[in-house]
Design a protein around this ligand. Structure first.
Ligand SMILES: [Zn+2]
Length: 329
């Protein structure tokens, strides 16, 4: 065989492998050393619009440190678009029940809107404040890739048109109740740090996350909206499982989403399951990953049987597929 050709082939092959590895392991780790502590940050240095960025922060206190210093090593994560701060989130301890005096392990996540463009320059900043040390700021490079979202037109019958246009106090109260739940960030509620699993035994996705939708009503008028979750086209009666360990914070029948379940997994991180036929869980109950929540159906605003699965982080809908990969590092 031609040696030069062989060499080219090998280089090409290595490049492909490296490129593939970079796609899978786009995780960055940075170490730093301060007077009273050393630490590291691990995070996904690139994401798509609609994903999230998670940063794991580990601190190890060194030398003679007063004990009270360790009580409150508060840290904040900030996302910058150019020079402008676009979002921020507080770090929470990953083991709030069982913290060591010598170390601090924390996690923070920021949702990335589906409207963010891949053309802007982004960066992240971690600010660590311990009681007797100066504030430490760490700048992290970060980029958002380009993503094209699907556009779809959905023609609604009289029943679904009625649900979409329902302005009753009952529906408004249901929306306010759900929003209040999703806005709740409880730092000690750390139920899982593992990748999520899909809630139904099906890969048949009938509507994707972030689809730009135009609803057409019976009077031919239209309205636009964004699809906040993933729809799995499964027949009524398909078992629905919790995507991760957590606490059931809502389990009821709602006008627009039918029989619905909301589970809290981490501070500000919730999974939602809509249009179910029946529920097996109650509010306040703790569930394991994969535990049966009920059966899928077509209740509420639905043009056919399916499971709508949604993830919210700090109120914002984020791509559930992001959480199927390692996100807590
Ligand atoms: Zn849906």
């Amino acid at each position: 065989m031609n040696r030069r050709f062989f060499l080219r082939f090998i280089i090409c092959f290595v490049c492909i492998i490296l490129y593939a590895a970079a796609q899978v392991f786009a995780v960055e780790m940075i170490h730093f050393q301060e007077q009273t502590y050393s630490g590291s940050v691990t995070y996904n240095e690139t994401a798509q619009p609609g994903d999230a960025v998670f940063v794991r922060l580990s601190l190890k206190f060194t030398g003679a440190v007063r004990k009270e210093t360790l009580k409150n090593p508060a840290a904040v994560l900030q996302l910058f678009k150019g020079k402008e701060q676009a979002a921020s989130a507080q770090f929470f301890f990953t083991n709030p029940q069982n913290r060591s005096a010598k170390t601090a392990d924390m996690l923070a996540g920021i949702p990335l809107s589906t409207w963010l463009s891949g053309e802007e320059t982004y960066s992240l900043k971690v600010i660590i404040s311990t009681e007797n040390a100066q504030k430490k700021e760490i700048m992290l490079p970060f980029s958002i890739q380009k993503k094209q979202f699907v556009s779809e037109r959905i023609v609604l019958d009289a029943r679904n048109t009625g649900i979409r246009k329902d302005a009753s106090p009952e529906r408004r109260a249901q929306i306010e109740k759900l929003n209040a739940i999703l806005a709740t960030i409880t730092p000690q509620d750390v139920y899982t740090l593992k990748p999520f699993t899909i809630p139904v035994d099906s890969k048949r996705i009938t509507s994707g996350f972030g689809d730009r939708r135009v609803f057409e009503y019976t009077d031919k008028k239209t309205s636009t909206s964004l699809h906040y979750g993933i729809d799995y086209g499964v027949s009524t009666g398909t078992p629905v499982h919790s995507c991760a360990e957590g606490k059931v914070v809502l389990a009821e029948n709602r006008i627009s989403t039918g029989w619905s379940v909301v589970i809290e997994h981490l501070p500000g991180l919730y999974s939602l399951y809509y249009h179910m036929d029946s529920l097996n869980v109650q509010e306040g109950q703790y569930v394991k990953q994969g535990e049966k929540l009920g059966l899928s159906g077509a209740t509420g605003l639905a043009t056919g049987p399916h499971l709508h699965w949604e993830i919210r982080l700090n109120m914002e809908a984020v791509n559930p597929e992001f959480f199927l990969k390692e996100f807590s590092f």
